[in-house]
Design a protein around this ligand. Sequence first.
Ligand SMILES: C[S@@+](CC[C@H](N)C(=O)[O-])C[C@H]1O[C@@H](n2cnc3c(N)ncnc32)[C@H](O)[C@@H]1O
Length: 391
Amino acid sequence: MRLAALLVTALACAAEPRPVRPDEVPASIRREGWLAEIHRATAQRLRDGEWDHIVYYALQSQRFTSLPVIEPARSAKAFHDSGAMPEDAARRLDAFHRAKPQGERHERMRRMVASLEQLRAEYERAMRFLYEKEWASRARQGADRRDFIATLYQTRGHSTDTELRATYGVHTGLSTLAAMTPAPKIRRVLLIGPGLDWSPRTGLREDTPPQTYQPYVLADSLLRLGLAAPGDLRVDCADINPRVVEHIAAFARSQRRLTLDYARGDGDWNAYFDALGATAGKRAGNTFTVDRAVAGRVTAQRMNILTERLEAAYDLAVATNVLLYFDDKELGLAMANIAHSLKPGGYLLHNDLRPAVESWARELPLPVVHARTVRLDPERPLFDGVVVQRK
Ligand SMILES: C[S@@+](CC[C@H](N)C(=O)[O-])C[C@H]1O[C@@H](n2cnc3c(N)ncnc32)[C@H](O)[C@@H]1O
């Protein structure tokens, strides 16, 4: 009995993150005071990201008002062109502020808003960024435009948004591991930035409560591909955002249900999504009920992958739609911290295809063993990267 209790306690606790020491920063990018600067910038970006979500919610939600939905990028253009807050946006911000909050999103967001003036000031900040990204960027073409947007991402607020279809690239990357002879055995996984679908810039949907897919869908993929065995797999999530960490920590005590929403695509795509959830739980229609045991082996804690690292020996680390928020130097720092927490031969799977990945892969070393793109939208030419590196 006592042994069982000890085992459960050991399982519940991932290694504690500890601050990166200056001498652990790769020599080519070491600079006095840099870690402290990143620490401060991350706090600011976390705050800005939370406010971006609030502004997008206030413009799009149909929960608290019958006023027409406003597409945030259009509002950004109207704000920029007129130099003043558009009337329709002002009415929506006012309605958001006055309404009695209903539902998890609105209640939590409303607690952050001290006054209507504050909300209006955050609207203006959020719209200035959005104008640059969605409209000013159009003055550029091709690679120049992509570089301009990539640079904007490296200082913008941290969004937690996540989509189910982002899991397809991870499954594709894991399939290449499963095809190796011998295939690796995955027991401990570090999942960096699992996210929580909260309030996206476009297409806010409120017919499902906020959801985090990645830890459970990742477990499903690993079990389904035979890379991990039930009862022997643990997924430790690390995220800077306490909202994400709290959500994952509470999930195992909930009904453990995820609503899956995906469009039809080609054969491989349909095979992946149609069977998703049947190995790490039960699948009925578009509901995936995660096994109690699987959910109980997912932990979550606050951690900044740029300024902290774990003394651990993970078989696999996964970070999708996280590294794009870092500039090339920060990318090297994140990769050095991740590499430190992998066991020799362990893998890093992510979706960042920029050239700096290859340079850091050589310098650390954490060589790239597989890289490709996958199509993410059956209708539109929208692609995701898949990169696998090995320590
Ligand atoms: C855009 S979401 C991506 C969610 C999910 N991985 C996906 O692909 O859909 C980025 C997540 O990374 C987290 N994040 C950003 N910077 C981070 C950092 N330095 N350390 C840990 N987590 C970070 C954010 O809080 C957020 O939850």
